[in-house]
Write a protein that binds this ligand. Structure first.
Ligand code: AMP
Ligand code: MG
Length: 336
């Protein structure tokens, strides 16, 4: 990319990832300031960002991702005071920020005027997060504006945990791709709505429910399943690989002749006659499993299988977010 081309046109393909040096950060921040889009690393997954206060810039995110416009975006900030410039912060929200920011917790709060409707899909709330990644924080600071960013993948597909995953999917070209290494957490943030003093989990993610409950007490959930989701991460088919994904119930599933199978195991290689097998965590560690989830699914897809058989993982801690992503991936039909 050339910095001068930022935000002007379709490029036909994503630029090559740039190691996130000081110079690369300057180029990327310049692109954001001029209304361009930038892929950047966070601790959860890679994001595709634009100036959250510039509706035309945000519109490019939807074009590049081919994302439906009813899907609101998370706005990334580098400080609590920046959060306070775009949302009304209640004492409860401030307490959660003090405890969990920077980190994988997104708060849905009443929005203030400057947030354009394209960011919130016209809702009167805005989703906010401070990412725990030095490159993300440096980019937001250097750009001098909050950055709206969904995950840097084509809509409905696997979230990218490396810069290479992101540029491979975004053919219509963001203006820059910053490479900050592998995403440490590997699943998206937990989304928590705060309304009238009550907290509701809208999406399980990188911050386990149990951790939040230490601060808030028992939480209610309002997860997907309805035709018109209140939070689009609730769309039933989402986070899907190209191959069909089947979430296993039986230990010994019947394999069909003529199909190439991949296998996503929790802790041990399978004895089934599959083409390829990936293990999420040999030590049964749910944090390691979450960090490996999307990259293993990418690898199984790249191995050219027709069907991925996925073992369930324990539904506690980060296992909730993993099971949520696997269930949604299973509802996608695959694209083969
Ligand atoms: P992603 O596209 O992976 O960044 O996910 C963003 C998540 O935040 C989605 O599940 C959105 O539905 C949710 N979200 C963003 N803004 C709002 C909002 N104002 N109200 C409810 N959910 C939101
Ligand atoms: Mg996403």
């Amino acid at each position: 990319m050339t910095a001068a081309s930022a935000g002007t046109a379709f490029h036909g393909k994503a630029p090559a990832p740039m190691k996130a040096t000081a110079r690369a950060l300057r180029i990327a921040a310049g692109a954001i300031k001029r209304g361009g889009t930038v892929v950047f690393p966070t601790e959860t997954v890679y994001g595709l960002g634009a100036d959250a206060l510039n509706p035309r810039a945000v519109a490019r995110i939807f074009e590049i991702k081919r994302r439906p416009r009813f899907d609101p975006l998370i706005v990334h900030v580098s400080s609590v005071s920046q959060a306070g410039s775009i949302a009304r912060l209640t004492p409860e929200a401030r307490a959660l920020m003090a405890r969990f920011w920077p980190g994988p917790l997104t708060l849905v709060l009443p929005k203030k005027k400057p947030v354009p409707g394209i960011v919130t899909s016209g809702l009167d709330t805005v989703a906010l997060r401070m990412p725990a990644h030095p490159v993300a924080l440096a980019l937001i600071k250097a750009a001098g504006t909050p950055i709206a960013a969904p995950s840097a993948n084509r809509f409905g597909r696997l979230s990218p945990t490396t810069a290479a995953h992101a540029s491979a999917q975004l053919k219509d070209g963001p203006d820059a791709v910053l490479d900050g290494g592998r995403a440490r957490i590997g699943v998206e943030s937990t989304v928590l709505a705060l309304r009238g003093g009550t907290f509701t989990i809208l999406r399980h993610g990188g911050l386990p429910q149990e951790e939040i409950e230490k601060v808030t007490g028992p939480l209610s959930e309002r997860l997907g399943g309805r035709a018109r989701p209140i939070s689009p991460g609730q769309l039933s088919s989402h986070y899907a690989p190209s191959a069909a994904l089947v979430l296993l119930r039986a230990k010994k599933p019947r394999l069909r002749k003529g199909l190439r199978y991949g296998y996503l195991a929790f802790s041990e290689m399978t004895g089934l006659p599959v083409k390829t097998c990936a293990v999420l965590s040999p030590s049964r560690d749910l944090e390691e499993a979450a960090a490996n989830l999307f990259s293993h699914l990418h690898d199984l897809d790249a191995a050219g299988v027709d069907v991925i058989l996925a073992e369930p993982v324990p539904g506690r801690g980060l296992g909730r977010a993993i099971m949520d992503r696997l269930r949604r991936a299973a509802r996608g039909r695959g694209r083969k």
